[in-house]
Design a protein around this ligand. Structure first.
Ligand code: IMP
Ligand code: MG
Length: 184
């Protein structure tokens, strides 16, 4: 039986931006950097679903520390004329965050609305520290001032897919990152 080739069939509207080896190398570097910076700590990684999943899975294995993992899901909704962002915890039970060192881990930071909302919400839990980790940063799209300590790659305004990132829920399973050239 012939196997379907994802790269040639499903990826027509995209062009390769970051290949597997390039991503893997950068993820190792980020893991080393975090391991070094948190050598005397037990951080809590909080992944922002769903775009974070592949990045978190790879990155956590390069963090050589006692690490705990939590996930949150972010949802946008309209409240009157004002667009607001609601961020909810993804599971019923979550780790007590008071005095913990939090690593908010995103697949992509675009406007920064999600991480900003999350930072505000998590601050109420009185953690010892919070830093943002993102595989992809789009600084030209930021709407607020952001301090992103750990970033894999900086891109322009293009829409990226693969390695956990979707376009209308598809392409998350591509092992590389592509840039949309035809959004049809
Ligand atoms: P924010 O604008 O920084 O709050 O990002 C909101 C969300 O939009 C991200 O968590 C992603 O789910 C999604 N997003 C933004 N840019 C891209 C992209 O280039 N590819 C895939 N998803 C994106
Ligand atoms: Mg999405």
């Amino acid at each position: 039986m012939k196997s379907r080739n994802l790269n040639s069939i499903d990826c027509k509207p995209f062009e390769l931006l970051l290949d597997q080896k390039t991503i893997a190398r950068r993820v190792v570097e980020l893991g080393k950097q975090i391991t070094h910076d948190y050598h005397d700590k037990n951080p809590v990684m909080i992944g922002v679903l769903k775009g974070c999943i592949v990045f978190v899975a790879d990155l956590m294995r390069h963090i050589k520390l006692p690490l705990e993992l939590e996930f949150v899901a972010a949802a946008s909704y309209r409240k009157g004329a004002k667009r607001e962002q609601q961020v909810e915890f993804g599971g019923p039970a979550h780790i007590a965050l008071k005095d913990r060192n939090i690593l908010i881990t995103e697949g992509v930071v675009d406007t920064g609305r999600t991480v900003t909302t999350l930072l505000k919400q998590l601050a109420k839990e009185e953690p010892a520290s919070m830093e943002i980790v993102t595989l992809i940063d789009k600084p030209a799209s930021h709407r607020t001032k952001l301090n992103i300590k750990y970033k894999g790659f900086t891109v322009g305004n293009e829409f990226v897919i693969g390695y956990g990132l979707d376009n209308t829920q598809k392409y998350r399973n591509l092992p590389f990152i592509g840039s949309v050239i035809d959004s049809e």
